[in-house]
Ligand binder design. Structure first.
Ligand code: ATP
Length: 278
């Protein structure tokens, strides 16, 4: 669904690519609990997100058929599955965009009881499949908007984002719509990081990306992992998901069909045959 030209609207995502994720000073991007200064709700047992018997329908089209999953603090959890499996529906529901039945608890509180703004204030940041950039605004303005819930250290975070994704700094004054698809994805991820996520929902970050950009995104994800950012990664690229996730859920036609570590799923005959090949 992502195109190189649909960079218009939304506020949650930034994109960045880096040639060197090792030599950067990104501490300010990943500081503990550094949101807008508001205290966030404590979480029991490190469980940041808990989804149980989640059912979502678009009219007569049932997209999620009663799924259970959880994400603990510091984990990278991937939801893999083919087109139409329900991955974006899951991310959109967690972010509070869709009505649902069942339970979606972020920081122990039911998502439907809070507004999207409140969820963002609590550190839930969504980098959507369509990127939602402001196409007629510059790269830097898009990044700055990502930090709207923060106060004070925006310049510092911007510098750290540029350290993580140097390509964005080179293009700071360029309109987002004129960036390549891969650069837009970098901008979308970078903008999400400007919001200082406690839980980052990353929807199809690799869609349509050239291998060289994929490497940049991979480096960035590992940098985030090293700094303890928790990520729910919705991803069709099974190899990419297996390379980065601590745990994986396979979603097919709105149902979770498998779950386990990458090692466990690599050994699963069905996953081998259908998703890995050979
Ligand atoms: P993709 O990777 O292709 O985006 P996905 O796994 O993210 O797929 P969803 O976009 O969540 O899947 O779609 C799940 C199901 O819900 C599909 O059958 C889709 O056609 C349907 N669907 C999604 N959005 C809507 C909508 N706004 N109105 C009606 N049906 C929808």
């Amino acid at each position: 669904m992502s195109t190189d030209s649909d960079a218009d609207d939304g506020t949650r995502g930034t994109d960045a690519g880096t040639d060197d994720a090792e030599s950067v000073d990104t501490d300010v991007l990943f500081e503990e609990g550094g949101t807008s200064g508001e205290a966030t709700a404590p979480i029991a047992d490190g469980e940041l997100l808990s989804v149980s018997d989640l059912r979502v329908a678009y009219g007569k089209v049932v997209a999620l058929r009663g799924i259970d999953l959880s994400v603990d603090e510091g984990e990278i959890v991937a939801v893999i599955g083919p087109n139409g499996a329900g991955k974006s529906t899951l991310a959109d529901t967690v972010m509070g965009f869709l009505d649902y039945e069942g339970s979606v608890r972020y920081r122990g509180q039911e998502a439907r009881e809070r507004s999207v703004n409140e969820l963002v204030e609590e550190g839930l940041i969504h980098c959507t499949e369509t990127r939602d950039l402001f196409g007629y605004m510059t790269v830097e303005d898009n990044l700055t908007l990502g930090a709207y819930r923060r106060s004070g250290d925006v310049d510092e975070r911007l510098a750290s984002t540029y350290d993580l994704f140097p390509r964005l700094e080179e293009r700071a004054d360029q309109d987002a719509r004129t960036m390549s698809g891969g650069e837009q994805q970098m901008l979308a991820i970078g903008r999400a990081l400007m919001g200082d996520p406690d839980l980052l929902l990353l929807d199809e970050p690799t869609l349509g990306l050239a291998p060289v950009i994929l490497e940049d995104i991979s480096d960035a994800i590992e940098e985030m992992r090293a700094e303890g950012v928790t990520i729910l990664l919705c991803e069709q690229n099974v190899t990419f998901a297996m390379n980065h996730a601590d745990r994986i859920y396979l979603l097919e036609n709105g149902s979770i069909e498998r779950e386990g570590t990458p090692e466990e799923l690599r050994g699963d005959e069905y996953i081998q045959e259908v998703y890995i090949g050979g």
